[in-house]
Design a protein around this ligand. Structure first.
Ligand code: SF4
Length: 387
């Protein structure tokens, strides 16, 4: 399978657990064997950094301590607790999965791989992580960090998306079957703290003597870069429309990129004809307002600047426009005027936070906002690095 000798494999089998015992970070999900808690942590850690996840994890488990509690909670409340972590389909899948665990598995995350894989949002990595850590099942968990470590240990050249079966076999070959949970976490920890994407700390690595990428003198060139899908540019206008009481108009289900969140109206328009001074690439705003039936309702329109946001492959730029309505006109289904306290209770994207910060910067205040008048800071949605 590789050119590693049995002695080198045995050395790593001894060195990695010893290194992990001495150097592992204290993380809240490492203090439990509760499969539900480990599941929650693994879902949160997908696409999100450890330091961002910790407070969310603690608050989420305090609010929903069991799969049953999570399954019974309204989706809106779950999304609100998730707000700021981004990638909201993770939260919806977790809640649906919790319902299945509560109903079909007596409230306990299943201990068999096939049953775990049948849960929404649970793929081979999450199943292996939960089963090995909570139940000592001998499944190798291969996440992005482990892929990088393996590719370097064995100097694997092919792009990672074409070498997964080999990486899975190597991970399985190395797995400590007596302590699979600790082994998996050690591999992930090595990738997160020592074998980092850039400037790996090879002189601190327990695998340094056998690592083939290090011998070649170019560890950073492994694994080969992934073929990235092209990004999609999205342009539009985010409308902060307030009624005479200062409430914001929010709606849900109208913007395809975040269909489950309550958002200010986002008017995406293909025509790139600036229609207000200071508004760039925002489209034909009057026409977009007319399309929504708001041409006579939105007044005192003022461009506040632009916000940028990324959702998967979509690179979004929205021109933020503030406006006033002379009345709280009747809303349609999935559309509401909300004050600050209601807004704070909603599951909302950091996109809203960015827009509100722009509004705050030009002195518009929400009468119902907490006395500091400041938008509550939320951790930015993180992408990329995990653990
Ligand atoms: S020796 Fe360097 S490149 Fe090899 S696994 Fe360790 S940190 Fe990564």
């Amino acid at each position: 399978m590789t050119d590693w000798s049995d002695t080198e494999i045995a050395d790593l089998a001894a060195a990695l657990p010893a290194w992990y015992a001495a150097h592992q970070r204290e993380l809240p999900w490492r203090a439990t064997r509760d499969p539900y808690a480990i599941w929650v942590s693994e879902v949160m850690l997908q696409q999100t950094r450890v330091e961002v996840v910790i407070p969310y994890y603690q608050r989420f488990l305090a609010a929903f301590p069991t799969p049953g509690a999570l399954a019974k909670a309204p989706e809106e409340e779950v999304l609100a607790r998730w707000s700021g972590l981004g990638y909201y389909s993770r939260a919806r899948n977790l809640r649906r999965g919790a319902g299945l665990v509560a109903d079909a598995h007596r409230g306990r995350f299943p201990s068999e791989r096939q049953a775990a894989l049948a849960l929404p949002g649970v793929g081979p990595y999450t199943a292996a992580a939960v089963l090995s850590i909570a139940y000592d099942r001998p499944h190798a968990a291969v996440d992005g960090n482990v892929i990088r470590v393996l590719a370097r240990l064995f100097a694997l050249e092919p792009p990672r998306d074409r070498s997964m079966p080999l990486l899975d076999r190597l991970a399985d070959r190395l797995l400590d079957r007596d302590r699979p949970g600790a082994w998996n976490q050690a591999m992930m920890e090595l990738g997160a703290t020592v074998c980092t994407p850039r400037a790996p700390l090879c002189d601190q690595c327990p695998a340094a003597s056998a690592c083939r990428a290090r011998r070649l003198g170019r560890p950073e060139s492994f694994p080969a870069p992934k073929n990235r899908a092209e990004s999609i540019e999205v342009r539009g206008v985010l409308l902060l429309l307030r009624d005479p009481a200062g409430r914001l108009l929010l709606e849900r289900g109208r913007w395809r990129l975040l269909p489950s969140l309550w958002l200010p109206p986002i008017l995406a328009d293909a025509a790139l004809a600036p229609s207000l001074p200071g508004l760039s690439e925002a489209g034909d705003l009057p026409r977009a307002l007319a399309n929504r039936g708001w041409a006579e309702r939105a007044h005192e329109l003022r461009p506040l600047g632009a916000v940028r946001h990324t959702i998967t492959r979509h690179r979004i730029r929205l021109d933020v426009v503030a406006g006033r309505s002379r009345e709280a006109f009747p809303t349609e289904p999935e559309q509401e005027w909300v004050d600050w306290s209601a807004l704070a209770a909603r599951g909302r994207s950091s996109l809203i936070e960015k827009a509100l910060r722009l509004e705050q910067g030009v002195g518009v205040s929400d009468p119902a906002r907490p006395e500091s008048g400041r938008v509550r800071r939320r951790t930015a949605e993180a992408a990329g690095g995990q653990r």
